[in-house]
Design a protein around this ligand. Structure first.
Ligand SMILES: [Fe+2]
Length: 284
């Protein structure tokens, strides 16, 4: 199963990690067979069912789906990263082995001469024996590939549980300095509850964390530059923050540099977690 991929200026980056599709899981899950049957059809067309993404971000107060998902962790499947030239084809993929893990969401990737850098939200495992996709904690890691000697070096950038990483979209595939992730409060049963926004400065090797008060859960935040040619970090980050005490969400905008709140749009309803979004400016 591949949930996402990365682009650099020269390569398509393929994450071939030890999760494989196993539709027999669904056949065994009696209580929700009709849902499972629909999911089977859905799963045959999509890398990861939307309800899974919803479940992970829904928060601790809402029940998680209990029927089997058509994927399983396969320790025999060698974890590896593939680099395919953007102007090439599958016959030209170079593979690089990594320790077993799973990546739903890369932060960004870029290449520079003989080096390819991949920053990823890494899970130690997923779809474990209990069939739960999200029982392992996540970290922010950097994988550096040396094209000349064929090695891949793994480096932990931040071992706090986090996911839903974003960069300035203008820098996708290019060298970035800043990144934004959603931090999770670890829980005994695994993944935990989203409770903070983390801004990473990958050059200064530092991070800043902002939370939004009790009973709140932030979703993925998106960077919007002040102008089309503004420097990286000159803009706002915006995202939905769910308040469990009111069952409503706010659209929250922060100064991307300081993480101070710039504006809040109070919405009359809850916006479900789990969806990625993009900012598209109007023409002109
Ligand atoms: Fe996703």
């Amino acid at each position: 199963m591949m949930h996402d991929f990365s682009l650099t200026e020269r390569f398509v980056v393929i994450y071939d990690l030890p999760v494989v599709r196993d539709l027999s899981v669904l056949a065994k899950s009696g209580p929700a067979k009709s849902i499972a049957a629909r999911l089977t059809r859905f799963a045959s067309q999509h890398a990861m069912p939307g309800p899974v993404a919803g479940a992970v971000m829904r928060g601790s107060s809402r029940p998680q789906p209990k029927f089997g998902w058509p994927y399983r962790w396969d320790p025999k499947h060698q974890a590896r990263v593939g680099l395919m030239p953007r102007d090439g084809d599958a016959s030209q993929i170079r593979w690089f082995e990594v320790q077993p893990c799973f990546v739903y969401h890369p932060l960004n990737a870029y290449d520079d001469a003989n080096t390819v850098v991949l920053d990823v939200a890494r899970l130690g495992s997923t779809y474990n024996d209990k069939g739960d996709p999200f029982t392992d904690t996540k970290s922010l890691d950097r994988w550096t590939i040396d094209l000349s000697d064929g090695t891949l070096r793994e480096q932990r950038l931040d071992d706090r549980s986090q996911d839903f990483p974003r960069v300035d979209d203008r820098l996708v595939g290019k060298r970035h300095r800043f990144g934004y992730t959603v931090g999770f409060q670890p829980a005994a049963d695994g993944f935990g509850t989203p409770d903070a926004l983390v801004k990473h400065d990958l050059i200064a090797d530092s991070s800043t964390t902002v939370s939004f008060g009790p009973y709140t859960e932030p979703g993925e935040f998106v960077f919007v530059p002040t102008t089309s040619d503004a420097p990286e970090d000159d803009g706002i980050v915006m995202g939905f923050v769910y308040d469990k005490s009111t069952d409503r969400s706010d659209l929250v905008m922060l100064d991307a540099s300081s993480l101070e709140r710039v504006a809040t749009v109070h919405l009359p309803a809850r916006v479900p977690h789990g969806f990625h979004g993009n900012w598209l400016p109007t023409a002109g």
